[in-house]
Write a protein that binds this ligand. Structure first.
Ligand code: FMN
Length: 171
């Protein structure tokens, strides 16, 4: 299965990067074709809601930035996995912007499965991110394969790694 992981933290050695890499290794070992994208390193502006993509643009965004390559990857992916920190009780802006810019495509053409890995300092801050995954899965017609969370004392632990391997096994 072709899997794209969207890693949405700007911290190169942070928790989201670690979770994304653990997932990448587990899914690759299981025989999947996995691409890990650090979306926080990309230049992606917010959707301008100009409507160009729905009219003259015929599915192409008027903005010329790094989203063009990411939209192509997401459109070809059979599974899309998000790994992101919680910022103010929701997914980081860096990953949200990549999701919202998929407006020009509507639904990624081949996506069948989705999953989320999220980390935070505090416990009990994942409701917004989980609800977003649930609703996007419904909208895109993808199976929700689940969520692995890691609050402060659960980060980069063997227990969390096992949960990530288990999540990768659902792909
Ligand atoms: C702008 C910002 C907002 C944050 N908001 C929250 C929050 O609402 N709840 C929380 O528990 N942690 C919050 N945090 C802490 C991060 O979610 C936490 O440190 C996370 O593990 C960082 O992941 P990373 O290492 O992948 O960057 C915030 C951090 C930043 C920088």
């Amino acid at each position: 299965m072709k899997i794209v992981i969207l890693q949405g933290s700007p911290r190169a050695n942070g928790n989201s990067a670690w979770m994304a890499e653990e997932f990448r290794q587990a899914a690759t070992a299981a025989g999947h074709d996995v691409t890990l994208v650090d979306v926080a390193k990309k230049k992606i502006a917010g959707c301008m809601a100009c409507g160009y993509c729905r009219t003259k643009g015929e599915g192409k965004c008027i903005q010329k930035d790094d989203m063009a390559e990411i939209a192509t990857m997401m459109n070809e992916a059979e599974a899309i996995v998000i790994s992101a920190p919680i910022y103010y009780f929701t997914l980081s802006a860096q990953v949200q912007v990549a999701i919202q810019r998929m407006y020009c495509v509507g639904k990624p053409a081949k996506v069948k499965k989705m999953a989320l890995m999220a980390s935070s300092y505090s416990p009990n801050v994942y409701d917004g991110a989980k609800a977003e995954l649930r609703d996007i899965c419904n909208y895109w017609g993808a199976e929700n394969c689940g969520v692995v969370t890691a609050k402060n004392d659960e980060q980069k632990t063997e227990e969390t790694r096992k949960k990530i391997v288990e999540l990768a096994g659902k792909m």
